[in-house]
Design a binder for this molecule. Sequence first.
Ligand SMILES: Cc1cc2nc3c(=O)[nH]c(=O)nc-3n(C[C@H](O)[C@H](O)[C@H](O)COP(=O)(O)OP(=O)(O)OC[C@H]3O[C@@H](n4cnc5c(N)ncnc54)[C@H](O)[C@@H]3O)c2cc1C
Length: 412
Amino acid sequence: MTEQVVVIGAGVIGITTALELQCCGHSVLVLDKGGVAAETSAGNAGAFAFPEVEPLATPGIMLKAPKWLLDPLGPLSIPPAYALKIAPWMYRFWRASQPGQYARLLEAQANLMRLSAAALERLLPSVNGEPLMQRDGQMQLYESEAEFRASLQAWEVRCAHGIKFELLESPAAIAEKQPGLSSRFTHAGFTPDWLNTIDPKKWVEHLAQAFRGRQGRIEQQDIRALTPLENGVRITTQGGTIDTAKLVLAAGAWSHHLARTLGDHIPLETERGYNTTLPEGAFDLRMHLTFSRHGFVASRINGGVRVGGAVELAGLSLPPNFKRADTLLKKATQFLPGLNTEGGTQWMGFRPSLPDSMPVIGRSPNAADVIYAFGHGHLGLTQSAGTAELVAALIDDRDVPISLAPYSPARF
Ligand SMILES: Cc1cc2nc3c(=O)[nH]c(=O)nc-3n(C[C@H](O)[C@H](O)[C@H](O)COP(=O)(O)OP(=O)(O)OC[C@H]3O[C@@H](n4cnc5c(N)ncnc54)[C@H](O)[C@@H]3O)c2cc1C
């Protein structure tokens, strides 16, 4: 069987890309071992976090890590069983946080954010997606004058990149935007151009429905290997082979295993994250809240509240430690005193992360007909529409509006 374009992965990156390719006139088949939004794209915080232009690897971040690591349930954890395995990735992360690298990566992240914000606005009307969006903005909360002052450099960076924001310097000013917060929050930064979806799973399912409605096909297949052909690619599945002219690999945190079958070694790791989703009525949350010092957020999902975040560097196979979700929820009851924690559902997801905080978007060095689109870390939903447009341009050999060098699969 020969397909024109096959996309591996039906998460937010794969489905948004499939839809864009279809709009560019391609016949597209999506393959996923679990179905639509089977993994990380289902349970994230639902934020289109366009104002977050700074890469994660900021100068000085490594100095904070030891303090975080001392608390086994704190914002960052590495189980002893995974410490040696993650060491080379951590070394690369440290290198990316050096000032020269940081400046280059900041520009790259800002470019992808700008493109993605514009691309989402192009996508929304074409899929009647506005009812799935909440345009309430986001508030980053600080607990002291000193913490707020320390954050000002990041706000200057946002200012330099044209991000709109308002700084709030009293609990009363904060309460005007979000009543019911603990008075421990003395300062905040509000970013109005931050969107959330009502539910990230529903968003991907909505896009998948639009894709299917335009003759797109989605099949459940477990992909085992990729082999370059003279023209195109052979996909080995659990039950046979499929040949395709072009292939997009968007398999999230599992992508490097398939890239390796082509001879490409990409240092993809996973930053595992945890959350609890509380039903409607849990709290009158007016916008996305970021508890900066604690590494977690609260967002409104289906009228309820999703509390979660944190980073656990523990790979793909160690069992989840849901004490992490319990800890975040407990902290949230101190921050939002009226929060009703009854009836919550816990979840753990695998952020697909490269050590320099940039995704991989580009042609495989070993297979010209394979385009990689993975490794979006904390920002896969946010950067999905921009990634989709870049991938479609690569498939069609069209010029792209931003430099792809920072996302190149050959950069490692
Ligand atoms: C707690 C948490 C909160 C987050 N909050 C946000 C947020 O608010 N905003 C944001 O932008 N990002 C957020 N993220 C990150 C975001 O969820 C991810 O970056 C994004 O979901 C990655 O999408 P993806 O399509 O690349 O991967 P996935 O959604 O994981 O999809 C990959 C797909 O590939 C399939 N697959 C894998 N291997 C194979 C194979 N061999 N054969 C066939 N199929 C295969 C899987 O079944 C899966 O469906 C968060 C992540 C976490 C964990």
